[in-house]
Design a protein around this ligand. Structure first.
Ligand code: HEC
Length: 138
């Protein structure tokens, strides 16, 4: 039986499948500014990561010890996985105490001026991910 649509369609389908397969790799592309990301992670006003995590910040005397060290936790996570966990850590651990940095809905007890807002913008999350990727050891 002749393939429906002929070899052209088959070719098109193959190209499409290969393209879809490449998508996760594409989104792993780092577009953020790692220097800006470092500042966000260390910031006591915005990122607040060091409230719970520790990391390579010799200038920051008080760092958290209730969450894994940032240099250690990056080891087995891709940029895409890091981004997902920062946006909404409850995806992998519904009981987590880590805030969802990009999840403006379904939150409880958010004071009026902050309702409907995310803690970080998507650009800022990309910056943080770009910084965290620099912590990966070869
Ligand atoms: C209130 C405490 C707290 C804050 C603030 C916090 N985290 Fe976390 N984070 C945790 C805890 C605890 C875990 C361990 C896993 C869990 O409980 O979900 C974690 C896990 C993670 C993970 C996933 C590690 C893994 O192995 O899956 C990443 C990535 C991460 N944090 C990055 C950050 C970044 C970046 C910031 C700042 C933008 C931040 N965290 C702020 C508490 C926090």
């Amino acid at each position: 039986m002749k393939f429906l649509g002929g070899p052209r369609l088959l070719q098109g389908l193959i190209v499409l499948v290969v393209f879809i397969g490449a998508l996760p790799a594409l989104s792993n592309e780092l577009t953020g500014d790692s220097q800006a990301g470092r500042s966000l992670v260390a910031s006591r006003q915005k990122g607040l990561c060091l409230l719970c995590h520790s990391g390579p910040f010799p200038e920051e005397p008080f760092q958290g010890n209730i969450a894994p060290n940032l240099s250690d936790l990056v080891a087995n996570l891709s940029a895409t996985q890091l981004r997902a966990r920062i946006m909404n850590p409850a995806i992998t651990n519904p009981q987590t105490i880590m805030p969802s940095y990009y999840q403006p809905e379904h939150l409880t007890r958010v004071s009026k001026p902050y309702q409907g807002q995310s803690i970080l913008s998507l650009k800022e999350i990309d910056d943080v991910v770009a910084y965290l990727m620099t912590l990966k050891k070869e």
